[in-house]
Design a protein around this ligand. Structure first.
Ligand code: TXA
Ligand code: MG
Length: 341
């Protein structure tokens, strides 16, 4: 198959909408990561997503809408808590789980009785969904297990030749995926931390819960797979003290003989002697690090980096989602606070 990579102009968005309507696959930008879209009401179109991505069939997809009122056609019941969260955070990086309507093909929800729905905060995504005239099922547009794509070129690298079209809308601004909240539970349960923070959710629904990944493993099928992984070995240094983390990273770099890259916040990693360095965001506000981390992982692969060193950040704000992704990417974790020095 020949894949068309084009700028997300109004004309190209209309053409891509027609491709979706006739059962094709289109990758498109959202505020979180690029998605790989297909008509959510066509089992055949959705099956093609699983094939292109090599995604395990037991991992359900998120259905994307351009208008919150469409939720009533996709869910058999819309809970009051879901209404509150949609009003507060849509369009935005929040996915809600509701009981599914009968007509949604089982392949979309991996046979579950629930459906995940989100309205992205990105003009291209919204215009594309409107142009297609149907709800769009879309996972992240990467080969399963690879870092999620935050630029069109990442999608091209993974999926060229396997999908119809990639709409290039520039880099994604959030950089980590949406927050997935199960609204069939009372109180609502965060299954995957993401672009909307737990603090934000609790400002609207104070008893929103989040167990930690081990507790949610079975409820959100996708969380059990290793994810977000570059080819290099990823080592995560966890600790509460930024100064100790910097010293530990420096010691590691001085003793390592591998081609090593480092990513972290400015206070901790600036000027460290690594082959490749990403110093972005701050200990108290790591949003810029979250935005660039997947791009950095992919750059490391292209440069033949053998080892990537990362450090923990406090699990508050976007830090909770970032830590969730860093731990999943990590081959090894070192507890710096527990080490005898
Ligand atoms: O930001 C995002 O959410 C991006 C953009 C493209 O919208 N999409 C994305 O999709 O990250 P994906 O497929 O990579 O992750 C979807 C997650 C998976 O962990 C999946 O298991 C979970 O949502 N999920 C989907 N439907 C579910 C359901 N009915 N119940 C529980 N978890 C569900
Ligand atoms: Mg994904």
């Amino acid at each position: 198959m020949q894949t068309v990579l084009c700028k997300a102009t109004p004309r190209n968005i209309q053409a891509a909408g027609a491709v979706l309507r006739r059962g094709g696959l289109v990758a498109f930008p959202t505020e979180t990561v690029y998605g790989l879209g297909a008509n959510a009401l066509s089992a055949e179109a959705v099956e093609a997503i699983f094939k292109a991505k090599q995604r395990p069939a037991d991992n359900p997809l998120i259905v994307h809408v351009a208008d919150a009122s469409v939720v009533r056609q996709l869910a058999s019941h819309v809970t009051p808590v879901a209404e509150l969260l949609m009003t507060a955070f849509w369009p935005g990086p929040l996915t809600i789980i509701l009981p599914k309507a009968k007509h949604i093909p089982g392949v979309v929800t991996a046979g579950l009785a629930t459906v995940a729905i989100r309205m992205p905060r990105h003009q291209v995504a919204l215009e594309l969904i409107r142009a297609s005239g149907v709800p769009i099922a879309a996972p992240s547009a990467n080969i399963s297990g690879r870092p999620s794509p935050t630029r069109a070129e990442h999608v091209w690298r993974d999926l060229a030749g396997k999908i119809d079209c990639i709409l290039d809308g520039g880099p994604c601004s959030v950089g980590v995926e949406s927050t997935v909240v199960d609204c069939t539970e009372s109180p609502p349960l965060v299954l995957r931390p993401g672009g909307v923070t737990l603090e934000d959710l609790r400002s609207i629904v104070p008893d929103t819960t989040y167990d930690s990944p081990t507790g949610t493993k079975l409820r959100s099928p996708g969380m059990k797979y290793r994810h977000y992984s570059p080819a290099a070995e990823v080592v995560l240094f966890e600790g509460r003290n930024p100064i100790a983390l910097r010293q530990r990273l420096l010691r590691e770099l001085e003793t390592s003989h591998k081609r090593t890259a480092v990513a972290g916040v400015v206070e901790i990693v600036s000027d460290l002697p690594a082959v490749s360095l990403l110093a972005q965001g701050s200990w108290d506000s790591p949003a810029r690090l979250a935005e660039d981390i997947y791009h950095f992982f992919r750059q490391c692969d292209e440069k033949g980096i053998e080892q990537i060193l990362l450090h923990s950040v406090p699990e508050r704000g976007i830090g909770l989602a970032l830590m969730n992704r860093l731990r999943k990417a990590a081959d090894r974790t070192i507890d710096v606070d527990a080490e005898v020095t």
